[in-house]
Design a protein around this ligand. Structure first.
Ligand SMILES: [Zn+2]
Length: 381
């Protein structure tokens, strides 16, 4: 059993929007004031505050007359945000993250409701202290009763519920097909079979509109109504770009996983080694990281193998036919012919074929692959 989040858009009534805005506001207040208190304890008195103490602090704050407004919203999200803060501190103390930051009103807001804080009646979902059900667009059915419901509002002003459900992944029937892919910019990826995906460059497509909206925003008077409206416009363009990108990545990763038993890909650590500062915007726009993440989890659910090649390996410069390795191959050379065996190569397809060969060798032989240099692999499942 794994857990999976099902996310739906919903349209709150004015009362619900108001109630949610207050919930988000109270959470921010609790999060930030407890964070300030913990920060003082940590830096002035060198004391680490645990979750129990933070929770006790919340109880104390709620009893104060000047902060009695905290009692008007459901207590569960307030408690949950301190749990998240605890996780943030844990990540900080264990060296995985920076020191927890204060929450801002301008960013995405979210509130987590556990099972005790929402109801499900006649196919309708109710949140604690809300009388009307949420108007959710059920674009797909929910498989079971969720254990947690997260309500969020993004910076473009859209509302979503994300329901965390138990889910039994179903392995797809085994297929003999195996594939190597070379992630790139001109095409999101090129396969060892010569298929090219193209790259719509969503960011570049909306760049002019975004620049215009940002220019207009910068001219608006600080903290005015018009500035708020202009900021929403900018956020909507950003949301549009990221929606387009995600939609495409999901479709492509789903197809690769459905069609192939094994997908071999160079890990991003390797890809980043060749990262060029001039291209970093384009790389971020292409969404390599998200794409590999999707391949991994979808592969895991479907019983497919996603092999990530972790060690640098001359995939572009090696001839896939005879193994000859070129001294150098500048980035602008898209086609080349091998001086040893005379084969004509497309740069990316040749690289993808090499990635596939290394990936399959890694799968068959385990850690070390003779004749190909040392190619340890981390996440071959
Ligand atoms: Zn050759």
């Amino acid at each position: 059993m794994t857990k999976r989040a099902y996310k739906y858009r919903f349209y709150p009534t004015p009362e619900q929007a108001d109630r949610l805005a207050r919930t988000f506001g109270c959470m921010r207040f609790v999060y930030n004031s407890v964070l300030r208190w913990r920060t003082d304890a940590f830096f002035k008195e060198q004391q680490r505050v645990g979750y129990t103490q933070a929770s006790a602090r919340l109880t104390a704050i709620k009893k104060l007359p000047e902060t009695a407004f905290l009692n008007e919203v459901s207590s569960v999200p307030l408690q949950q945000c301190l749990r998240h803060q605890q996780a943030a501190f844990k990540n900080f103390f264990e060296g995985r993250a920076k020191y927890p930051a204060f929450k801002s009103k301008k960013h995405r807001q979210s509130a987590e409701f556990t099972r005790s804080a929402f109801r499900y009646r006649d196919g309708k979902r109710f949140l604690a202290k809300c009388d009307e059900p949420l108007a959710i667009r059920w674009n797909r059915p929910l498989p079971c009763d969720p254990s947690t419901v997260t309500v969020s509002k993004d910076s473009a002003g859209r509302y979503f519920v994300s329901c965390l459900c138990e889910f039994e992944p179903e392995a797809l029937p085994v297929t003999p097909k195996m594939i190597g892919i070379d992630l790139g910019l001109k095409d999101l990826f090129v396969t060892s079979e010569g298929e090219r995906t193209g790259n719509p460059r969503h960011m570049a497509q909306y760049a002019a509109r975004l620049a215009l909206a940002q220019r207009r925003l910068s001219r608006k008077k600080l903290s005015s109504k018009n500035r708020l409206k202009a900021r929403l416009k900018v956020a909507r363009i950003h949301a549009k770009i990221s929606d387009c990108r995600m939609d495409r990545l999901h479709k492509l990763s789903r197809r690769l996983i459905n069609e192939n038993q094994v997908v071999c890909v160079e890990s991003l650590a390797v890809k980043n080694m060749i990262r060029n500062p001039k291209l970093s915007k384009a790389i971020a726009d292409a969404g390599w990281g998200e794409f590999v993440r999707q391949l991994e989890y979808k592969g895991g659910w479907a019983g497919r193998q996603v092999v990530q090649i972790d060690r640098w390996y001359p995939s572009s410069k090696r001839c896939a036919c005879c193994g000859h390795i070129l001294e150098r191959l500048p980035l602008d050379v898209r086609r080349w012919s091998c001086p040893e065996c005379g084969s004509e190569h497309d740069r990316d397809v040749n690289a993808a074929i090499n990635v596939k060969a290394v990936g399959l060798a890694v799968l068959a032989l385990g850690e070390n692959v003779s004749g190909m240099g040392q190619v340890p692999v981390s996440s071959a499942r």
